[in-house]
Design a protein around this ligand. Structure first.
Ligand code: OSB
Ligand code: MG
Length: 376
């Protein structure tokens, strides 16, 4: 497949409900989509960078900059056999993993159509259904949180993850556990705690949590390893794992017992598979994280989640939890059993609603060869 042009688009989409973590509240998403025109099918990728550099260093604007100036030009005009060829072409640029991931995943997206196989099969997936959980943000009141949990359990989701931070932790776990003693429950701190809060964190052990996600610094393994020694609850790393070497180091140090894989955070499907493989070899379970994606990122997360070591329910959930109207059809739906079926059709298995994407677009740029044409 020859990469003939790359179109960057910023779309804006209001969330059905705000999403709040320890680092802030999001009400409307600004999302960078990339479209590759090839001599065959068109490939789509979603950049999962946030509106600001709060989850990671990247934001939609740094990703746009990196793709426009460096990553896009490295891909344009190249003839590729597979998405797995992409990392080497982008290697010269350090970091900017979410930007790289959007491009690499778009190549896989085109490749699956070109080869006429489902994307999940192309990636080496084996599970025809994936188990779904939900990530529930910090709410304005505990009663609102309990109401949301009730709704999601009623919809069939198999694991509830609640965002936590100092002041929104043991009290909410207590309220949740007194109402639902048995459910699979986990929490995600997004780096809200420090090591001097270890006595406080030890109280989490009372609640039989499946895991506590990224309690300490976003870039740390060492202190997480110290913390893990003192907790019975499993630590799961999210922010700190940028690739296979991080996964190996974290596992060998004892910094985590579970890993959350987000394809954008590690730079694309190739690295996500490598992290999966490292964890599998060490007997560490993984699950697929989410970044409030549109249907494109969601379809790609579904494909990734079919790999064999995605053992725990992920944060991949139905389109309608986030969007009034998703940009793909059909929308992603979750069965009453809390499962998503891997699509049987070739490619990503969900069609792009081109008209809707166009309507939501606030900025657009096409990169062709060494020049670029700009339009808004
Ligand atoms: O830490 O998993 C996280 C959303 C934005 C940034 C970080 C995280 C999240 C989520 C949302 O938890 C998961 C989802 O897409 O539902
Ligand atoms: Mg997380």
């Amino acid at each position: 497949m020859k990469i003939e042009s790359i179109t960057l688009r910023e779309i804006r989409m209001p969330l059905v409900h705000f999403f709040e973590t320890s680092f802030g509240r999001t009400t409307e998403r600004r999302i960078l989509l990339v479209t590759l025109s090839t001599d065959g099918p068109e490939g789509w990728g979603e950049c999962v960078a946030g509106e600001g550099p709060f989850y990671s260093e990247e934001s939609i604007d740094t990703a746009w900059y990196a793709i426009e100036n460096y990553l896009g030009p490295s891909l344009l005009g190249q003839t590729l056999e597979t998405g797995a060829d992409v990392p080497l072409l982008l290697e010269r640029v350090r970091g900017h993993r979410m930007a790289k991931g959007a491009l690499e995943n778009a190549v896989w997206d085109a490749e699956a159509q070109w080869r006429q196989v489902p994307l999940w099969r192309l990636l080496g997936g084996t599970q025809e259904e994936i188990a779904c959980g939900v990530s529930i943000g910090i709410q304005d009141s505990v009663d609102e949180l309990l109401g949301k949990i009730e709704t999601e359990l009623g919809a069939g989701y198999r694991r509830i993850k609640v965002k936590c931070k100092p002041g929104w932790d043991v009290e909410i776990f207590d309220r949740i556990r007194s109402r639902w003693p048995q459910i699979l429950l986990s929490c995600d701190a997004n780096s809200a705690y420090r090591l001097d809060q270890i006595e406080h964190l030890k109280q989490f052990d009372r609640f039989d949590l499946l895991m506590i996600e990224q309690p300490l610094w976003h870039d740390d393994f060492y202190f997480h390893a110290q913390l893990q020694k003192q907790l019975s609850t499993a630590i799961c790393l999210d922010e700190a794992i940028h690739g296979r070497r991080d996964a190996q180091a974290a596992i060998e140090l004892g910094a985590c017992r579970i890993i959350n894989i987000k394809v954008g955070r590690v730079g694309g499907f190739s690295e996500a598979r490598a992290v999966h493989d490292v964890a599998k070899k060490s007997g560490i379970a993984v699950w697929c994280g989410g970044m409030l994606e549109t249907g494109i990122g969601r379809a790609h997360n579904i494909a990734l989640s079919t790999l064999p070591n995605f053992i725990l329910p992920g944060d991949v959930s139905a389109s309608k939890r986030y969007w009034n109207e998703d940009i793909i059809e059909p929308a992603v739906e979750v069965s009453p059993q809390g499962l998503i079926s891997a699509p049987a059709t070739a490619g990503r298995g969900f069609k792009i609603k081109d008209g809707l994407v166009e309507k939501l677009t606030v900025r657009k740029m096409q990169l062709i060869g060494h020049q670029c044409a700009v339009s808004t």
